[in-house]
Design a protein around this ligand. Sequence first.
Ligand code: PBG
Length: 328
Amino acid sequence: MSSRYGEFPGARPRRLRTTPAMRRMVAETRLSPAELILPMFVREGISAPQEISSMPGVVQHTRDSLRKAAAEAAAAGVGGIMLFGVPEVKDAVGSQGTEPDGILQLGIRDVVSEVGDALVVMSDLCLDEYTDHGHCGVLDAEGRVDNDATLERYAEMAQVQADAGVHVVGPSGMMDGQVGVVRDALDEIGKQDVAILAYTAKYASAFYGPFREAVNSSLKGDRKTYQQDPANLREALRELALDLEEGADMVMVKPALPYLDVLRRVADEVNVPVAAYQISGEYAMVEAAAANGWIDRDRAIMETLTSIRRAGANMILTYWATEAAQQL
Ligand code: PBG
C-alpha cells in the first residue's frame, strides 16, 4: 500500500476492530463471574450495616446482612467470598481471632450454611483486625512483631476457622513460615481438605488506606518489617518458592494494578491457580474519580478487571465482584 507520504506494510489491524461483534469475537481476555471473589466485612455488635465512607457502596455487615449479601453474590454466579471479621473488643494478642464464637467464626458458619454449596467460602487469617495495636502479629518485649509467637496464633486461628466450616483460609500476615504452620495445624485436626490461598507477594502499600477504616484498624505506624518493599520483584519470587514448598494451594499478588508486572512473573512461574487482590484503595480511586465525573465508572471497572486477568490472574478479589458478575 502506499499513500502520498510513502509505502506502509499491507496489514490493517483495524479490520479486526470494525464492529462490536468482531471485537467481541477476537477478544483475547474474557471475564467470567466464577473467577471473581468478593471480600466482605462482618462486624460484631451492630444492628444495621455500617457504610465505609472511603469505600462508597461497601459496608460492614451485620450477621444478617452478610448472609443476604453472600446469597446475592452466589445468585450472581460469583466464584467465592473472602470474609473479614471486625470484633467489638481488641487486645494485645487478638483473642477474638481464636474464639470459636468470635465474629469471623460466626460469620463463616452463617454463610457456609447459607451458600456453602454454591460458592467457595474463604476467610482472612490474620491478627490485625483483632489486636489493639493493629499489627498482624503479637509483639515482643521491644514492641516488634514476633514472627514465631505469631505463628502459634495463626495455627490456632486456622483450626477455629476450619472448625467453623471454611473451605479456604487466606494467611495474609506475611510472617515467615506461615503457610507451613497453617498446613500442619489443619492436617493435625483432620482438615486436609481445607485449602490455603497464600498471600504470597503482599506489598507494604499506601493503597490499603480505606481498608483500615473498613476494619476499624488501630494501627499506628506501618507494616514495613513484614510486608514487602514495593521496589522488589525478585523477593516476590523467593516468597513464591517458599509458599509453594510449604504447601500453598493457590497464591496471590496484592495489590493488583500497581503490581501487574509481579503478577505476570508469578503467573509464568507456577502451576497452581494465581489470584490478585484489587484492594480498597484501587476501588476507592475509581469510585472517587467517577463520583467527580472524571471517568466512566463502569468502563473503568471492567478495564481494570480485564487488565488484571490479562496480566495472568486466574481469580480476582474485588469489591465489585457481585456487580461485575451481574453485568457479565
Ligand atoms: C491484613 C489485610 C489487609 C488487607 C487484607 N488483609 C490490610 C493490610 O495489610 O494492611 C487489605 C485489603 C484492602 O485494602 O482491600 N489482614
